[in-house]
Design a protein around this ligand. Sequence first.
Ligand SMILES: CSC[C@H]1O[C@@H](n2cnc3c(O)ncnc32)[C@H](O)[C@@H]1O
Ligand SMILES: [Zn+2]
Length: 442
Amino acid sequence: MPQAVATLLNARWIVPVEPEQRVLEHHTIAIQDGRILAILPQAEAATRYQADTCLDLDKHVLIPGLINVHTHASMTLLRGLADDLPLMKWLQDHIWPVEARWVSRSFVRDGARLAMAEMLRGGTTCFNDMYMFPDVVATAAQECGIRACVGLIAFDFPTSYASHMDEYLTKGLQLHESLRADPLVRTALAPHAPYTVSASALERIGRLAEDLNLPIHIHVHETAAEVEQFQAKHGCRPLAQLEKLGLLSPRLLAVHMTQLEPAEIETLAHTGVHVAHCPESNLKLASGFCPSARLDAAGVNIGIGTDGAASNNDLDLFGEMHIAALLGKAVAGDPTALPAARVLRMATLNGARALGLADQIGSLEPGKAADIVAIDLCQPETEPVYHPISQLVYATSRHQVTDVWIAGQRVLANRELMTLDGPDLIQRARGWRKKIAIERRA
Ligand SMILES: CSC[C@H]1O[C@@H](n2cnc3c(O)ncnc32)[C@H](O)[C@@H]1O
Ligand SMILES: [Zn+2]
């Protein structure tokens, strides 16, 4: 008697990501209670299971949901506001003044939802956020069914979200408590950067992270100017400061890391620090090049992030994987560096490891959450298919994503959003642009 299951996905190819090079042909994923029950040949699945929903995805490859390990989701509303500038001028003269004027709960809600719509349509099923009003981002994620890690942010200076460090951390800890049992939304401590958060606050945040067993999500060594100015002020490089404060551990997710010396790479390797590699943002701001191949060779875990849409300017992990692969080879001067399967792993299982979620997501394995993306490879742009993993990293567009499941819930069906109202989000985004643009012209 066949076993009743919720869903059977019969696919032309399945790339589980673990083992790294594995490609399964004409296999089926059986989904039950939001988790992967089994992955097996289609003929076997047809006799073993009887499903409420059975999809024949005979043109598709199934991969684990992509994981964006660093973004500022609500900055979608600032996409294209200020381009072609270096980081500090971009932040200090444009972004931070606009955020001080406009960032509110409704700004964050509308921007985060727009980001979630873009990410779901692009096969991203989990994102790690750092922005004001993380409680609003958390609620928006819960409502649309996307997996998220929201940053309990901390700055030395006031924002519309909080006025001082105690308020940042009190609000953050309240949010953490409210999300303890949430199946999809987690938290991380998110001090902005060593140049905007004092040593004493960073030390306090390190202790909180230990007590609550939380990741620490922070911008580090993004530009040479940041490192030089910090060294001039504090007498050491930012990473050395974090080491002195006891923050270098598998709990730390260091974002950007374009300025690294050989000894620092070795330190990252033996302390287990994870790196969030954001190649497009680094390139657009001319911030530098993360030595991704050297970090990977040293055994440092690297995830892939888009940063915010105001310094990219999209939230497209297919594009990010493509750039990460090519840039990694160019920076290493070695075309064999960062092969496609390794880059796909960076955008999936490595990202899950960086967020402490590798036991739940990041690969297609029985027992893990059914966070699954279907991509139609039988299009002119990706035919013929010799190696599906190569196609995914070097040729596939995010627009070929047709279906997405998160914890077994189908949130994108034939490219239609099932849990967000796209047209409404676009109208709201246009409303924000009108308000912001008019005042900037005034
Ligand atoms: C603490 S809320 C996040 C804060 O970070 C700003 N931000 C956006 N992109 C970057 C970047 O590349 N480096 C540093 N800070 C960045 C964002 O505008 C918010 O103010
Ligand atoms: Zn950032």
